[in-house]
Design a protein. Structure first.
Length: 140
């Protein structure tokens, strides 16, 4: 008789543990601000002199020094993207992306993306230029 009640008690305890509010609580909604702090050409081995650059977070464009504020869940991920394009008849383009989990930091974090652009034609074919994009991500 004791074993029967012990089994019943164990089953009821498991049901309460699985169905407790903490096991299925909704993720907290946060305001997350992403700033493109800088985009800097740090190395240029004869790739070009005229450039177009761009960056985005979750598909929203950022200019150097600008910010975007997003409402996200604590379980979400930010997708950062940076691009650099050398401007001539046949443009040379480089890009880099990174994902940042909101849960991976507490208040703020910095993330850098290094974008390499490779010269595709001419006597400098194969040479590279490197851009560094610095992002600051803050939770509120």
């Amino acid at each position: 008789m004791f074993k029967k009640w012990a089994n019943v008690l164990m089953i009821v305890s498991l049901i309460f543990a699985v169905c407790s509010p903490t096991s299925y609580a909704a993720a907290k909604t946060l305001k997350v601000t992403v700033t493109l702090v800088s985009a800097e050409l740090i190395e240029n081995n004869s790739v070009g002199n005229e450039w177009a650059i761009g960056a985005s977070v979750n598909g929203k464009n950022l200019k150097e020094g600008s910010s975007v504020t997003l409402k996200l869940k604590s379980t979400d991920t930010l997708k950062l993207k940076a691009e650099a394009e050398e401007q001539d008849k046949i443009p040379d383009i480089g890009s880099k992306s990174a994902n940042v989990k909101i849960s991976s930091f507490s208040k703020s974090t910095n993330k850098s993306l290094s974008v390499v652009v490779k010269e595709n034609r001419g006597r400098y074919s194969g040479n590279t230029a490197t851009w560094e994009f610095k992002f600051k991500i803050s939770k509120k």
